[in-house]
Ligand binder design. Sequence first.
Ligand SMILES: C[S@@+](CC[C@H](N)C(=O)[O-])C[C@H]1O[C@@H](n2cnc3c(N)ncnc32)[C@H](O)[C@@H]1O
Length: 279
Amino acid sequence: MRTRLTQRGQIEVAATEVPLASRPAAEVPGHWLLARLGKRVLRPGGLRLTRSLLGDARIAGQHVVEFAPGMGRTATVVLDHGPIDYIGVDADPHAAELINRLVSPKGRAIAAQAAASGLPDHSADVVLAEGVLTIQSETGKQQIVDEGVRLLRPGGRYVLHELALRDDDDGADAAAIRAELAQAMHVHARPKTVAQWQSLLTDAGLRVQTVHTSPLALLEPRRVLADEGFVGALRFARNVLADKPARRRVRAMAKTLRAHKSALQAVGVVAVKAVGPPA
Ligand SMILES: C[S@@+](CC[C@H](N)C(=O)[O-])C[C@H]1O[C@@H](n2cnc3c(N)ncnc32)[C@H](O)[C@@H]1O
């Protein structure tokens, strides 16, 4: 099966083409397991938050770069807005190839680290990154945002969509939450508070324009339906039910997310690069 967008807006990808397809369900990073099972939206605030952010960032007729596009669900929404071009930058070569097939000829994708995309200075009006900063170290987060700022032309917009701690006290509870998320998701999830995410952007020279939050409901049935549509949600449910090790893992992830529902949320920020020299 070739990667393609169906008339119903479904991204069709064979499970064997999803990155790390041969890794056992018990070991694979959570986002790739969910993708293997048919999930296409892999960021905490879902498609609704993405749409709000893309509206704020005004992407029609613009040069758009997306870091870490994953399975390409946001890429398809970006293309619906009619940008001048779209470039996806994903560290995983298989993901980059999937995205390339999905967006070509209107856009393209490259396999590269978001922190070192190799794209020219001031070549983007909008840089998007969803669900990728959370899984980086502190230095990694800064390097990716700095790279985004380098790519943006003055007046360009940086779009962040990540996992946030609700409490402004980034203390012992946060450490316990991070440890439990890492155990369930098999990635180092290091969320920040909303204020800390904003500081990451302002420290890189951006001015925060809009901030949105939404509940963390990635695996809640209502959110899965909203993100994946009826056909996609049904396919995901069927695949989960048919695969015992995957089902066990998805249950464990959902349980961990639910246990920390009151401490975690999704955050979306649009921040602007100054037109003149920094004050
Ligand atoms: C949790 S998924 C998010 C995918 C997508 N943005 C979404 O929200 O549905 C993480 C994605 O980030 C990519 N990724 C992780 N670290 C990266 C890095 N340093 N540079 C570029 N891509 C990265 C992975 O390959 C994967 O596609």
